[in-house]
Design a protein around this ligand. Structure first.
Ligand SMILES: [Zn+2]
Length: 249
């Protein structure tokens, strides 16, 4: 173990202790708003699908996961302390979070876009955003991601390093939002309100995710809350996307 990782771990404990001392623990379900970063970068391409569609793509695997968890096809449980930041033991998600399953879901999403729009580039962009989810999860998850549904399991575990994970998630998300704003122009006077709402919503959701009460059990309410939060973010993105268009270079 390097000096750096010891130092980071020590500082991580400090943050966790700080949270406990203000009476709250890290809550949340996943790397959350970071999954929208690829969506916002992709939306700057002239042939890309709309921003709302791309937000659905960024969380498509978690839409699937919470959906399948609701009917008991995939499973997780709350195990406090399993990682420093997130208490989720994601022990059973072979369909949505194996590399094979993610790739098939990305292909299905791309096919849907192609069927609706006949835009092959847009379909490929949408599929790529779906697949980006697995690789972002690979960075933060404890080893719970598989290649094809069975072990070995992969995950680099940045959820154990809040001082790395938190600035990383914020910087990729808001960096991507800044890039999206630079590469597009307003076509409606409401654009600034829509972008403002989107930015505030993302920050608020991530704050609840990090600092809200820790989930007590992997119950139906928690799964529905996850699906609801992803949908609200996608709706806000849809509105923002309708007020802007990609600049012609
Ligand atoms: Zn996920």
């Amino acid at each position: 173990m390097t000096v750096l990782s010891v130092a980071v771990k020590g500082l991580g404990f400090t943050i966790v202790n700080f949270r406990c001392s203000i009476g709250k623990k890290a809550g949340g379900e996943n790397m959350f708003i970071g999954h929208f970063a690829p969506a916002m970068v992709a939306a700057a391409h002239p042939r890309a699908p709309g921003l709302g569609t791309l937000f659905v793509a960024g969380q498509f695997l978690d839409f699937g996961f919470f959906g399948l968890a609701l009917i008991g096809v995939e499973n997780f449980r709350i195990t406090p302390g399993i990682t420093q930041m997130v208490p989720l033991d994601l022990y059973d998600m072979p369909y949505t979070h194996s590399l094979l399953g993610s790739t098939l879901l990305a292909a299905a999403f791309a096919l849907l876009i192609w069927l609706f729009t006949r835009n092959r580039t847009g379909a490929l962009i949408g599929g790529a955003v779906v697949l980006s989810h697995w690789f972002l999860d690979l960075l933060v998850h404890a080893p719970d991601l598989t290649l094809a549904g069975s072990p070995p399991k992969f995950g680099l575990g940045l959820w154990n390093y809040p001082l790395i994970e938190m600035p990383l998630e914020i910087s990729i998300t808001f960096g991507a939002l800044a890039l999206y704003i630079c590469r597009t122009r307003a076509i409606s006077a409401r654009s600034k309100y829509a972008l403002g709402l989107l930015a505030v919503l993302l920050m608020a959701m991530q704050s609840i995710n990090w600092f809200g009460p820790e989930p007590q059990s992997a119950d139906m309410a928690m799964k529905l809350t996850g699906l609801f939060a992803f949908s609200v973010a996608a709706l806000a993105a849809w509105w923002a996307g309708r007020t802007r268009m990609v600049k012609q270079t």
